[in-house]
Design a binder for this molecule. Structure first.
Ligand SMILES: Nc1ncnc2c1ncn2[C@@H]1O[C@H](COP(=O)(O)OP(=O)(O)OP(=O)(O)O)[C@@H](O)[C@H]1O
Ligand SMILES: [Mg+2]
Length: 368
């Protein structure tokens, strides 16, 4: 039996449908990330699970029991606000131990739990400070510690790391996952950061305009994206427009116009169909000569950008389309300069093929 189950959950605010028939099961002990852009309905979904909002349609179950009318405090779930709130008149220690204290836990237990979570968020040394004496990021960590210390079985985390700087964010997200796993908790973690979701989640739910676009493990979401939106939102990609001109047992051929044709392993499209072929930046290799059996396209390096441990090249093809490639630095790394003539290649298996979207390609990838 799933720990949390949403069946056909719909929530409207006036004319806006914030959630549109959501069906989702969350297992006990699972670390689930809800990934979506601003306004996708992430907070609304968490608030419905927490009991702070009631769905207009559909049902919410926790441990098999319908909880639509059950108040938040009886759901064994703690909702951590996106705009966190601390008690201003209490110091860090008192804020964090608030939940355990009102639950009447023994003095020792309160002390142990409070110290443990303060260590975890690296604020043990600031336990006597008041919220106004802390930076925004520190306050966020206190709020996180307080939620965890309250002893709830279900953590509903709304952008819990949003206000923190990059380094701390990376450290904290792995610790957060470890804590949830060690303590046998269940987490529903809302984020708009794809990397955060890919690194922490057992499963990711991609939410888009109130609907579930795809659910899967990070690996599935990354390697088997089911839509242009997901391909673009998670991992990023090149998108090449074309028409299917041949389908056979080993794959299909897509005409990209301007005399360019590529081979894709996908055979699900029909001859004459207009399609979008997605190729991840890291799947595009660059060389000076053609490779055997791959899609080889001639082009000219247009620009380069350094991105940490890798370099991104933009290459203009014969049909004037620009394709990007991301190459990791390594011992065998060869740099290419703007203006240099190159041959790019990518494997037919690494091409994702989608029907051309009715509303246009840009609509699917805009604002990402
Ligand atoms: N109380 C409310 N009254 C009216 N509209 C609301 C209310 N709460 C949410 N909405 C609308 O519902 C939609 C979903 O909002 P929600 O807060 O769930 O998005 P979100 O995914 O959490 O976005 P963000 O990443 O910006 O926090 C938005 O269009 C929002 O304007
Ligand atoms: Mg939100």
């Amino acid at each position: 039996m799933p720990l949390i189950k949403l069946m056909n959950v719909t929530k409207r605010f006036g004319k806006i449908t914030a959630l549109d028939h959501i069906n989702l099961s969350i297992e006990n002990g699972e670390y689930l990330c809800i990934l979506g852009q601003t306004g996708a309905g992430k907070t609304t979904l968490l608030r419905i699970i927490a009991g702070l909002l009631e769905p207009d349609e559909g049902d919410v179950y926790i441990e098999g029991k319908r909880v639509n009318k059950v108040p938040p405090e009886e759901r064994n779930a703690v909702y951590m606000f996106q705009q966190f709130a601390l008690f201003p008149h209490m110091n860090v220690w008192e804020n964090v131990s608030f939940g355990p204290v009102i639950k009447n836990w023994s003095k020792d237990r309160v002390k142990n739990v409070t110290s443990e979570v303060l260590e975890m968020v690296r604020l043990a040394e600031r336990k006597n400070a008041f919220p106004h004496e802390l930076s925004g990021g520190m306050q966020q960590r206190v709020a996180l510690a307080r939620g965890i210390a309250s002893g709830a079985k279900i953590l509903l985390l709304d952008e819990p790391l949003g206000a923190l700087d990059a380094r701390l964010r990376v450290d904290l997200r792995t610790q957060l996952r470890k804590l949830v796993k060690d303590q046998g908790l269940t987490a529903v973690h809302v984020t708009h950061d794809q990397e955060e979701a890919l690194m922490t989640a057992d499963r990711i739910v991609i939410l888009r305009s109130g609907r579930i676009e795809q659910v899967g493990t990070p690996h599935e979401i990354y390697s088997k994206p089911q839509s242009i939106f997901v391909t673009s939102f998670v991992g990023g990609s090149n998108f090449l427009e074309g028409t299917v001109v041949e389908v056979n047992s080993s794959g299909s051929v897509v005409d990209l116009r301007g005399g360019l044709r590529i081979k894709v392993a996908d055979t699900s499209r029909n001859i004459g169909e207009r399609v979008v072929v997605a190729v991840r930046l890291e799947d595009v290799s660059i060389g000076t000569m053609e490779k055997l059996g791959e899609n080889n396209l001639k082009g000219v390096i247009e620009s380069t950008v350094f991105v940490g441990g890798s370099i991104e090249y933009q290459i203009r093809l014969k049909n004037h389309a620009v394709i990007s490639s991301r190459i990791l630095f390594s011992d065998t790394f060869k740099d290419f300069k703007p203006g240099e003539a190159v041959v790019i290649s990518f494997h037919p298996e690494r091409c994702y093929v989608f029907p051309y979207p009715r509303a246009g390609l840009l609509k699917e990838i805009e604002a990402i």
